[in-house]
Design a binder for this molecule. Structure first.
Ligand code: HEM
Length: 170
């Protein structure tokens, strides 16, 4: 059993081996332009996602109070969902280039946990305080819990970007 198999268990190591040996993994490592192009797609995707999330969070925190929260949510939600279509496949493609390294990298695992936490925070916002948005839609301060969730959201997404950037150095 090699070191990765010993650390991850044979089952997990075998799908990582399979990814490592796949045509895609090989192409991502050997084609000069493929990895950088996929990385640019990943970056464009998370710029749109994190940008639209920030615009919404800043509105909840009290900026541009003339814009109805519901109108902004309707507009930005579409962009953040569309951005996932770029982010996730590009992230998975980069993962296939060095699956063992990423799967055992604590920063990568932390990044995925932070993404899950940010997603949970957004879901709780929508099923929770957002239900009362009719009362604070325009020119009225959002409830404290909404502001706490907006600050949390900004902090989580900044941490995700930080972890993503740190991957190049770990
Ligand atoms: C959803 C929000 C996400 C954000 C904000 C994000 C952010 C980042 C950032 C900032 C980088 C560094 C880019 C660079 O330095 O050029 C990066 C790289 C990377 N991301 Fe993501 N990412 C996200 C999702 C994902 C997902 C879902 C996966 C995989 C399942 C993933 C896998 C990767 C990989 C493998 C790298 C390459 C690291 C390297 O080559 O050094 N990312 N990401």
């Amino acid at each position: 059993m090699d070191t990765t198999s010993a650390r991850l268990g044979t089952g997990q190591a075998s799908w990582l081996d399979w990814l490592d040996d796949s045509q895609l993994g090989l192409a991502m490592r050997s084609e000069l332009w493929l990895y950088p192009i996929v990385e640019v797609v990943h970056i464009l995707g998370f710029v749109v996602l994190v940008g639209s999330v920030f615009m919404f969070d800043l509105r909840v925190l009290g900026l541009s109070k003339d814009i109805p929260v519901t109108a902004l949510a309707r507009h930005l939600l579409r962009w953040s969902v569309a951005a996932l279509v770029l982010i996730v496949p590009a992230g998975l493609m980069m993962f296939t280039a060095h699956p063992h390294d990423f799967a055992t990298n604590n920063i990568f695992i932390l990044k995925l946990c932070l993404i899950a936490t940010a997603g949970l925070n957004a879901a709780l916002f929508h099923v929770g305080v957002y239900r009362s948005v009719g009362r604070w839609n325009t020119r009225i301060a959002a409830p404290a819990i909404a502001k706490v969730q907006a600050v949390l959201s900004i902090g989580l997404w900044v941490s995700v970007v930080l972890c993503g950037r740190l991957l190049a150095y770990t």
